[in-house]
Each structure stands twice: as C-alpha cells, then as structure tokens.
Design a protein around this ligand. Sequence first.
Ligand SMILES: Cc1ncc(COP(=O)(O)O)c(C=O)c1O
Length: 447
Amino acid sequence: MAFENLIVPGASHLQLSPTLAINEAVESVRARGRKVVHLGFGEATFPIQEDVLKVHEEYSRSTSYMPVAGLMSLRQSIAMFNSERLGVRINPEQIIVAPGSKALLFALFDVLRGDVLLPRPSWVSYEPQIRHANKRLFWIETDEEDRHNITKQALEDTYNKALEEGGNPRIMLINSPSNPTGQTYTATTLDIIVEFCKVKHILLISDEIYSDISFDGVSQMQSPLKYVTHDDPSTSVIVTGGLSKTYSAGGWRVGYAIVPRSAAGSKIMQVLLAYASECWSAASSPSQYAAVEAFSTSKHMNHYRNCIRMLHAHCTTRLYECLRDLGLRVAKPSGAFYVYPSFQPYAELLAKAGVRTSSELSTWLITECGIASLPGSAFGEDDEGSEGGRLRLRMATSYLYFKDQEERYRLGYELLDEAAAGKDLQLPMLDEAISALTAAVEKIKSI
Ligand SMILES: Cc1ncc(COP(=O)(O)O)c(C=O)c1O
C-alpha cells in the first residue's frame, strides 16, 4: 500500500519507445527461426570515419568530466561547421553540447513555457517528451501526399484551434529532413514558418539532425536560421543536431543546440546549463574529442559527408521506387534515410484480413511477411483521420548495408567511396528487402 501511486501522472504515460519495441519484435520472430527484413530502426550504420575513430581511441583514457557546455574546441568546431553550412555567423558561446540532442530537446520542453505546435507526423519521441513536460500538443496537419509540407493556412488553423481550446501556443518544432517522411522543407515553406512564428511570438525549434543527408546536395544549406535577423528580439530559433546520423555514432552520445544570440537566447543558455549541470553534467569525454574532428570542415570530412549523403540517397531512393512500383502511395524522399508509404490503395483487401490500422499493418507485415517497420500511429498519425495519413508505415533503410560489424568495416569504406563516385552498387540486403516487399504486396493482392 505504501508504494502505490508512486509515479507522477506525467511519467505514468511513458512507454518503451516504439523503435525499441520493434527491435524486440524482430528478435522474437528471428528466435522462431524466421528471417526478418529490418526496416524498423533508424540507426545509421556506416563505418565511422577513420580519423574520427582514431581520436576516439586516443582519448579513451580521458575520464574527467568535461565542461557542462561542452569542450570549447568542440563548440568552436560545431559553430564553424554550421556557420559555413548556413552562411550565417554562429559563435561558440551559442552552442551547448549534451549526451545526444534528445536530452537537449527533453530539457527544452521541460524549461520553456507554453504549449507546442507540432507537424503531424513527427518523430516518435517529441510527443512523450511534450506530455511529460505537462504541455499540450497541437498537431499541424500536413500535405496529404508527402505528409510533410505545411501551409500558412494549416499553421493558422492549428494556432486558432489551440486558442479556442484554451491552449497557450508558444513553441513550435520542425524537423527537416524529416523522420519519418524523408521530406525536406523548401525555402518558401521555411520562410512562411519563420514569419508565422515571428507574428505569433512563437519560439521555433528546428531539429536538423539529418541536415547533412540531403539528397540534392544543396538543401543542407537550408534552415530557419537563415530567415531570421540575428539579434532581432522578435524572432527566436533554436537549432539542434548531433553525431548520431551523419557520423553513424549514436551510441557515442553527442548532440548540441544552437541558441539565439539575443537576450532571450542568453537566458535559455543559462537555464540549460544549470539544467545540464544538475542532470547529465556533460557528454562523454572521448566522444567529444572525436566530435571535434567529425564536425571539422576539412577536405576529408567534407568528402566523408558527401559519401554518406550519396549512399543514403541511392539506397533510400531505390526502396522508394520499389514501393511506388508496387502501387503504394508514397512521396519521393529527399533526405534522411526513411520512406513513408501508405498502404491505403490496398485498404479494402487488408480489411478482409482484419488489418484496419497502421499498427495492425505493422504487426501483420512482421508476422506474416517477415518485414519490420514502424506504424504511422507512432508518429502521431490518426487511423481515423485524414485519408493521406492512414495505413502509413515508416521504413528505414539504415540496416540494409551490412550483416554485422565485421562486414561494416571490411566493406563499408569502399562502398562509401563507390557511392560518391556514382558507381553501380551491390546492396544484397536492399535486394532482399525489395523481394520481401514484392512478395508482401502479392500476398495482399491474393487476400
Ligand atoms: C528526428 C530525430 N531527432 C533527434 C534524434 C535524437 O538523436 P540523438 O539523441 O542521438 O542526438 C533522432 C534519433 O533517432 C531523430 O530521428
């Protein structure tokens, strides 16, 4: 009795992240001796760039706590990288480093006042983080076809709805290139978003963790940061990013945030530093030293980033072409390593097999066809909502390269170079995924 009701209401909603749950489902199907094509987990798996790896090894004996804001040389490296990428001046003092950008997003939702506007669909962790911070979430409806683009009208509608329902919208979060859609905002859309936030006094958080993985090789230079006048107190943009995606080093846990140069930005930085000092202290020491090298704009790191971009573009576009040719409703991805098809064209047949929601579809595909993917509902899609969002699955291509660590390092560097050189690539696991998806759609057609 004494230990009943021990959990605070905000935390009692928390569940194991669907991304981790899908890994467990994959393991259980594999344990029954069945093969699974794993499109469920968005973990970059390319070999770590060799110089970055070397620095990490060199500093493995460095065990002291780092400064709370992060190693100064790393903050300089991140500031320089983003200044060059975006053509705007960013000072190292605007950067805070943490064990992953996820921790920084959590901290931001926790310390900032107001409710949150979030495009539907959005990455799985924002919603639980927002709810945990006792904030209300108001979904911004996106384009029916690409599930990403947002219009001025959609922004206004969400804002007005929030006010009508007694909400206090003061924060908006965007993510481009997007997890789960693989889509990227155009300059025009970014302009609309920034203007909207300015007029409504909304702080904009721009999650740019996938920014280097822009297939056209130019969109990585896009960010709302380019559309704000720095030092202008009427606009506020916070950018987050990290090591996990471009550098395939999620487990090293290095993320960062860039706060504005304004008085409001300085206050946010001060509070984040205090929060960090009481929560995680600092990011891992060897990882921070390695990250100095990773974010450098040296020729070899620029080359590595280019290889990464080209290889993701090749594999993810091929998976998209397969899904399109199989008759699914799917937008061509322009970044990250995700495709976001809808099985709506097969809704009637699936219903005959008892599959009516994205989560039932995800379960059916893994148990009946050995294909793991995440349901759209994990990203905020409403199975009863707009037709464009129904029966959506997020498929990640990041596990389609190497069977294990040995293969990753034996074959990986050459594969990256071949991708950058535009050579014909052999990706047997992608071929397997395409065969499995083709068989799955045949199975649906025969229901
Ligand atoms: C959209 C998005 N943002 C943030 C993160 C978190 O990255 P990290 O905490 O590793 O920096 C992820 C990781 O999956 C992501 O997909």
